[in-house]
Write a protein that binds this ligand. Structure first.
Ligand code: ADP
Ligand code: ADP
Length: 224
C-alpha cells in the first residue's frame, strides 16, 4: 500500500512576487520502501519533503499520509500526526550541545511528559541499535559527526514512526561516515519496515535506494 500520496501538488511562495516551486507534482510511495530524492540545488526537493512531512502546506493539491488527508488539517492535528507517524533527520541535526546523546534522544519526549521509565528504556534500546551504547553519556558536542547523526537517528525513532524523512542526512559527513549512516538507515528500513525518503547529493548513496526520483524545476524528471 502507499503510505504517502501526493496528488497534483503546486507550491507557490510569495505574495507580490510569486515563485512557483512545485508544478502539478504527483507521487505515491509504498510502505516499507527506501526512496532517494536527487536534483540540483533550488529544484524544490526540501519543499517537497516539507510538504510530505506536513511542515509546509501546498498551495493546491492533496497530501495523504498513512491514509489521512493532511492538507486541510489544523495545527494540532498535524502535530499529532507528525508525532505519531513521522520522524525527521536533517543535515544539521539540531542536537543540544550541552546535553548528552541520551538526553538529546529523551528530550523531545520529556517535553511532552510521557511515562519516564518506558521512554528511558526505549532511548537506551535505541542507543544500542544505533551503536552508541558506550558513548551515550558523552556530551553531544564532544561526539564525531557520525555519532551526532546516529544520535539524531535515534531521536527520530523514539516514537517508532512509520515514515522517516531525511534532508541531506550525510551532507556533513566524510565518505566513511556517510556509508555507515546509510547502512544504519537501511538496517532500520529492513528491520522495522520503516519507509524512508531521503534527499541526497551523494550519487553513491542515491543509487543504493529502491527508487530514485530526480526533481528538476519543481517537477519529477526521473523516476527509476
Ligand atoms: P532544494 O531543496 O532542491 O534546494 P528548495 O525546496 O529548498 O530546493 O527551494 C526551491 C526554491 O524555492 C528555491 O528557489 C528557494 O529559494 C525557494 N524557497 C524555498 N523556501 C522558500 C520560502 N520559504 N519562501 C520563498 N521561497 C522559498
Ligand atoms: P564517525 O566516523 O564520525 O565516528 P560513524 O557513524 O562512522 O561516525 O561511527 C560512529 C560510531 O558508531 C563509532 O563509535 C563506530 O564505532 C560505531 N559504529 C560504526 N558503524 C557501526 C555499526 N554498523 N553498528 C554499530 N556501531 C557502529
Amino acid at each position: 500500500a502507499d503510505i504517502i500520496k501526493l496528488k497534483n501538488i503546486n507550491k507557490i511562495y510569495g505574495n507580490q512576487v510569486k515563485t512557483q516551486v512545485l508544478h502539478d507534482l504527483s507521487l505515491d510511495i509504498k510502505e516499507g520502501s527506501f526512496t532517494s530524492i536527487i536534483g540540483q540545488s533550488g529544484s524544490g526537493k526540501s519543499t517537497l519533503l516539507n510538504i510530505v512531512g506536513t511542515l509546509d502546506k501546498p498551495t493546491s493539491g492533496e497530501v495523504i499520509i498513512d491514509g489521512k488527508r493532511t492538507d486541510g488539517m489544523v495545527k494540532n492535528e498535524l502535530a499529532a500526526l507528525r508525532n505519531k507517524t513521522i520522524g525527521f533527520i536533517f543535515q544539521f541535526h539540531y542536537l543540544l550541545p550541552e546535553f548528552t546523546a541520551l538526553e538529546n534522544v529523551l528530550l523531545p519526549n520529556n517535553i511532552m511528559a510521557k511515562s519516564n521509565k518506558e521512554t528511558k528504556a526505549r532511548a537506551e534500546e535505541l542507543m544500542q541499535l544505533v551503536g552508541l551504547e558506550k558513548v551515550r553519556n558523552n556530551l553531544s558536542s564532544n561526539m564525531s559527526g557520525g555519532q551526532q547523526q546516529r544520535t539524531a537517528i535515534a531521536r527520530a525513532l523514539m516514537n517508532n514512526p512509520r515514515i522517516i524523512l531525511a534532508d541531506e542526512p550525510t551532507g556533513n559527513l566524510d565518505s566513511d561516515s556517510t556509508e555507515n549512516i546509510y547502512n544504519l538507515m537501511r538496517d532500520i528500513n529492513k528491520k522495522f519496515g520503516t519507509t524512508f525518503v531521503i534527499i541526497t547529493h551523494d550519487r553513491r548513496i542515491a543509487e543504493k535506494a529502491d527508487r530514485i526520483i530526480e526533481i528538476k524545476d519543481g517537477r519529477i524528471a526521473l523516476d527509476i
